[in-house]
Design a protein around this ligand. Structure first.
Ligand code: TXA
Ligand code: MG
Length: 329
């Protein structure tokens, strides 16, 4: 599961600029381009081009049973790729697109099996970033894009994060600056008309329920290839991460090189280094900082990262979900 070496050797220079026309021309030729979104950077290829989609899996070292999200320019594209849109899905799309919401809907035949891992559904979303929306309109075709990180590692929220791990293996990073939300999209599927929450993300459960009514949690935490959703040990730094009260955990690990990841204020302890997610205790700011700070801590020679949970409200729930996954060994 923890394999950080992409299987393709670095072969060419990866461009990094904000040139949408160049990104479009590379994608049309079947190349891969990392795209900015409000959530995290995506590793994009033309969703209807099977060879390009196959390269996404290869570059990420991602197992084929983990399906991809198709990114659309706007909700009117649903008619092209989806068979049926339940009423609450339409209401959610109207309210939150473009935005950090992915809908899992019955797919049409034109979506390659490789994108959906052979499932009868396709995950779709309209990302909220001006460059990527312009790119999608220019292409007039959907982009398949998982987060632009090697499989199992932390998602990238800056162009540099993408270059650090995938530089030389993809044609270009479309530079749209740092991501505004910093957590992946929330994923909603449907059992008939009943919404099911598959992944907590940049849209809080409260925001979703305000539009769709009560939403059942259906967070898949397994490595069962048939279960769509996410695998348990995703979002993991290489350094072991322990979740709890960092000051207490520090006592339990004397003589070790320790780093903390705290919500609002530095905890007491013999720290080598540490990061505070939001001095003003703002979960949205914490979300924006989370993956960058995890990467910064992971780059230090630490034995452990000791992290604390946020209050279980708003984006705090999604942040805690990522921390719990990062803590899985
Ligand atoms: O914010 C995001 O969603 C980012 C940006 C780039 O859009 N993308 C992203 O993609 O996080 P990825 O591949 O890292 O996560 C997509 C998740 C996976 O856990 C996958 O299992 C789930 O979406 N998924 C995709 N298609 C599905 C389907 N048909 N049914 C259920 N889950 C699906
Ligand atoms: Mg991912």
């Amino acid at each position: 599961m923890r394999n950080f070496i992409a299987i393709m050797p670095p072969s060419h220079q990866t461009l990094c600029k904000d040139d949408v026309a160049e990104a479009a021309s590379l994608l049309r030729r079947g190349e891969l381009v990392a795209i900015p979104t409000e959530t995290v950077y995506g590793l994009a290829g033309l969703a209807l081009n099977e060879a390009a989609v196959a390269r996404i899996f290869a570059v990420k070292n991602r197992p084929h049973f983990d399906p991809l999200i198709a990114h659309l320019a706007d909700a009117s594209w649903l008619d092209r790729y989806v068979r049926h849109v339940p009423e609450p899905a339409l209401a959610l799309a109207r309210r939150f697109w473009p935005g950090p919401l992915t809908l899992v809907l019955p797919r049409q035949e034109n979506i390659p099996d490789l994108v959906t891992s052979g499932l009868d559904t396709v995950a779709v979303r309209v990302p909220d970033h001006p460059l990527t929306l312009q790119l999608l309109r220019e292409l007039d075709a959907p982009l398949a894009a998982p987060s632009a990180n090697p499989f199992g590692y932390i998602s990238p929220t800056t162009p540099q994060h993408v270059l650090d791990q995938l530089g030389g293996r993809i044609a270009m990073v479309l530079d749209g600056g740092p991501c505004r939300v910093g957590l992946e999209s929330s994923i909603i599927g449907f059992d008939g008309d009943k919404p099911l929450l598959y992944r907590l993300g940049g849209l809080s459960r409260e925001q979703i329920e305000a539009v769709a009514g009560p939403v059942e949690m259906s967070l898949h935490q397994s490595s069962d290839p048939r279960a769509p959703g996410q695998l348990l040990n995703h979002y993991a730094p290489r350094t072991p991460l322990l979740l709890g009260d960092p000051a207490l955990l520090a006592w339990e690990h004397p003589g070790r090189r320790l780093g903390y990841l705290a919500f609002q204020a530095p905890p007491d302890g013999p720290w080598m280094t540490g990061r505070v997610l939001s001095a003003s205790a703002d979960p949205e700011e914490a979300a924006r900082n989370l993956f960058r700070m995890l990467r910064e801590l992971d780059a230090q020679p630490l034995d452990y990262i000791l992290a604390e949970r946020l209050p279980d409200q708003g984006l705090g729930l999604a942040i805690n979900d990522r921390l719990e996954r990062a803590a899985q060994r």
